[in-house]
Structure formats: C-alpha cells, structure tokens
Design a protein around this ligand. Structure first.
Ligand code: MF3
Ligand code: CO
Length: 278
C-alpha cells in the first residue's frame, strides 16, 4: 500500500541540510589539520598570553570575590596584551571567561551575584587569539580550604589530564587519550562527562577531531606530528550526567555533585607532546 505522504511530518530544509552534511562528511571524513612548526610557535605565543590571563584570574580567587571580579581581571590582561578573547561573542557567549562553581561543569557565566565562599571550587576556562591562532586552557581552583573529598576530585582530574597528554604521541590513537582519562577517573568512582569533549584547535577554536574523555585504547585515527589538540577532562564526583540551565549555557551535574575541569592545548610532535598553555 502506498504511503500517504501528506501524513508524514516532513521538514524539507532540515532533510536537505542533513543530506548535505552527510555528503560533506563522506567526502572528507575527518579533516585533522597538520600544523607547521611555525604555526605551533604562534600557538605557543597565544598560549603564553593565555597563561598570563589565567595567572591574573588565579590571584583574584578567594572567599568573598565574585566571578565578575575574575572576569574583570581577565579582561584587563586581554586589553593590556592586545589579544582577542576567544569566547566573547562565540555563539553569543557574553564573557572572556567561563567560571563554573561547584556543581557547574562548564560554561558558567561570570556574575556580580557569583560570590565565592570558603570550600567552593571554581573552574576557569579561557581562550585567546593571537595573530590568528587560538589557545584554550582551563583550571579548577579551590576557594580557601576545601574538603578532602573535593581536593581529591581536583587532584585526580588534573592527573587525568596529564595522563591523557602522555598519550598525545606520534603513532598513538586518538581514543588512547580519552581512555587514559576514563580509566583513571572511573577507578575513583567519578563520572566522566560525555556530552562535552575536547577538540582540535588552531586557526579556529574548534577543529576536527573531537577528543572525548572516554573510549577504547588502540582505536580512533592515528596521531600525527603537527596535530594540536585541546584536551579537557570534565569530571564529576557523582554521575556523569549533565544538563544545561535555562540561561542556555551553564552545564551542571544532574545530581548536584561537584565537577572539575582541567584543559591544556597540546601539540603532538616527533619529540613527544608539547603543552602550549603552560
Ligand atoms: N572552552 C570551551 C571549549 O573548549 C569553549 C567555550 S564555549 C564559549 O570548547 F562559548 F564559552 F566560548
Ligand atoms: Co576547549
């Protein structure tokens, strides 16, 4: 029996867009760009500028400070260095920093109402552009003294970033990186966030490939010299599940558990991984 087409819900624009996307992807399954040594040097300069921003923000983090105080400190350094804030204006994002407090995972928006108190944690994510090249890095800070359990979450998450960076070597596989994060963090009973992932980076903030924080070792595209990746474990003390708040940005853990985020921009070279955002 022929289908009654009038009863099929059908959005032509969406359908054609999906077809074109699928076709594009088939033509170039994954275009992981290879950077020259000169480009990587430019990204290192971008990374040095970014670290200056992070250092200024770090100095502001204490009980009583607001996440908007952190934003102002970041903006001042961006202005002083004459670089461009990568996040501001990106899909309408309103700030230089993402400041995510406690159970906020990523993309928290700085606010005068965001007063930090003893025992909190705050994840600071920032990206800058220098001479057309992006860098991206994140750190989670304790505010004053935090509980031993929270201190451990930060320590393990940061350690998982470094374990992942160790896998960013020529001849390795992309999912070795996420596997290192997942293995280390799940052993502690933590939840590895699935919905957000790391990414290639260069002349754009987000390039191929996606860099998940989970996966099977020995799988995925082969890693080559000249690839540059933003590796960024987002780790929850409880469930891995997250949801985005009504502001359209702030991602939080669904169980209210604390969440940590550490990120570096890393170049894969014949001499091993090079962290560009130290
Ligand atoms: N740091 C984020 C990432 O790595 C980007 C922030 S999204 C923005 O993907 F909109 F806030 F810029
Ligand atoms: Co990133």
């Amino acid at each position: 029996m022929a289908r009654d087409r009038s009863k099929i819900p059908f959005n032509l624009v969406e359908y054609v867009t999906q077809l074109v996307d699928r076709f594009d992807r088939r033509k170039k399954p994954m275009a992981i760009q290879i950077k020259t040594a000169a480009e990587i040097e430019k990204m290192r300069i971008s990374g040095i500028a970014l670290r200056k921003v992070h250092n200024a923000v770090k100095a502001v983090v204490k009980p009583g400070a607001t996440t908007m105080d952190m934003e102002r400190a970041a903006q001042a350094v961006v202005d002083e260095l004459g670089c461009k804030a990568a996040f501001k204006g990106y899909h309408g994002y309103p700030a230089v920093l993402c400041t995510s407090v406690n159970h906020e995972v990523i993309h928290g928006i700085p606010s005068e109402k965001g007063v930090l108190k003893e025992g909190d944690i705050v994840s600071v994510d920032c990206g800058v552009v220098v001479d057309g090249y992006f860098s991206d890095a994140a750190v989670t800070y304790p505010v004053g003294n935090v509980s031993p359990a929270v201190a451990k979450l930060l320590k393990v998450t940061e350690a998982s970033l470094y374990a992942a960076i160790d896998k960013a070597v020529v001849g390795g596989r992309l999912f070795d990186i996420g596997n290192a994060v997942q293995t280390m963090c799940e052993k502690e009973g933590y939840g590895v966030v699935r919905e957000f992932v790391g990414h290639g980076i260069g002349r754009n903030m987000h390039e191929d490939p996606q860099v998940p924080n989970y996966g099977q070792a020995g799988k995925g595209p082969r890693l080559k010299a000249g690839m540059v990746l933003a590796i960024e474990p987002m780790i929850n003390a409880g469930t891995h599940e997250v949801k985005v708040l009504e502001d359209g940005w702030t991602a939080v853990t669904t169980d209210g558990s604390m969440s940590a985020h550490f990120e570096h921009t890393v170049a894969i070279t014949k001499d091993g991984p090079v962290i560009l955002t130290l």
